[in-house]
Design a protein around this ligand. Structure first.
Ligand code: ADP
Length: 248
């Protein structure tokens, strides 16, 4: 935002001016008074949620079970339509840049018995870039190899996903999102059912991704003092965001 104010001319993000990196001027994620309701449900699951997350932020969405954390992630990912309000991802409506957002469900929501190798699962992240009937190209496989290496998964590339530990499963989900080229990562309870050491490894990895300008929004109830672990903490309860500074 500062760059916007210090520049002599008004600059419109994604507008007519060239030579300007559009990301400098937009939030990775902005919600304005978002409400969302599940089909067949009479009451909205989240109501009037507003928030802003700058690019390159490690953000936590915290709150007790049923607070609405997953619902917000699903609404941002476009898996659940918002009934009112507005979602902007990098300044655009989510459909305008869907490959830039990746939703990583809770590991328990995935059938890990499905017979597929780690490499194939990560390659799935490339399919959003392929048209109908297009086969992945050499460049897609190269991206997958790079991502596997970055996440320390190269040795597991040919392993079946059914044989992975919880921490490895979480890395595979991340690898798939990175292979997709996503910049905004929405993670639902990634720390669930992991031992202390694996959680620490995962936190290091999240910080590295944040340092490389990825934006992470992590729904979690695993931290007593999330402020010590995250750049930004958004608290929810009963489907609404709690005001900043509200008691934990
Ligand atoms: P959290 O992720 O914080 O535990 P959720 O977003 O899953 O909370 O849930 C918010 C509210 O939406 C809860 O009241 C929950 O019962 C309701 N809810 C969640 N999933 C569904 C669904 N598929 N259909 C109807 N209601 C749902």
């Amino acid at each position: 935002m500062t760059a916007f104010h210090t520049h002599p001319d008004p600059i419109l993000p994604y507008g007519g001016r060239r030579h300007v990196h559009p990301h400098l001027f937009v939030q990775a994620l902005r919600l304005r008074e978002v409400s969302a309701r599940y089909p067949g449900s009479s009451a909205p699951a989240v109501r009037g949620v507003s928030l802003e997350i700058p690019e390159g932020t490690l953000a936590a969405l915290v709150g007790p079970n049923g607070a609405g954390k997953s619902t917000i992630l699903k609404a941002v990912a476009g898996l659940l339509p918002v009934s009112s309000g507005k979602v902007e991802v990098y300044g655009l409506s989510p459909g305008g840049c869907h490959h830039r957002t990746a939703y990583l469900p809770q590991r328990g929501e995935i059938d890990w018995r499905f017979p597929v190798s780690v490499e194939r699962m990560v390659l799935g992240g490339r399919f959003v870039h392929l048209g109908w009937f297009r086969w992945p190209r050499r460049s897609d496989f190269a991206i997958v190899q790079r991502v596997l290496e970055r996440l320390g998964l190269t040795a597991l590339a040919h392993r079946q996903i059914s044989e992975l530990s919880g921490g490895q499963q979480q890395r595979v989900l991340l690898a798939r999102a990175l292979a997709q080229g996503a910049d905004l990562l929405l993670l639902d309870e990634p720390f669930n059912n992991l031992d202390v050491e694996t959680r620490a490894d995962l936190r290091t990895l999240f910080a590295e991704l944040r340092n490389s300008k990825k934006t992470l929004l992590i729904a979690t109830h695993d931290f007593d003092r999330p402020e010590e672990e995250f750049d930004l903490v958004i608290r929810m309860r009963g489907g609404v965001c709690e005001p900043e500074g509200a008691p934990a």
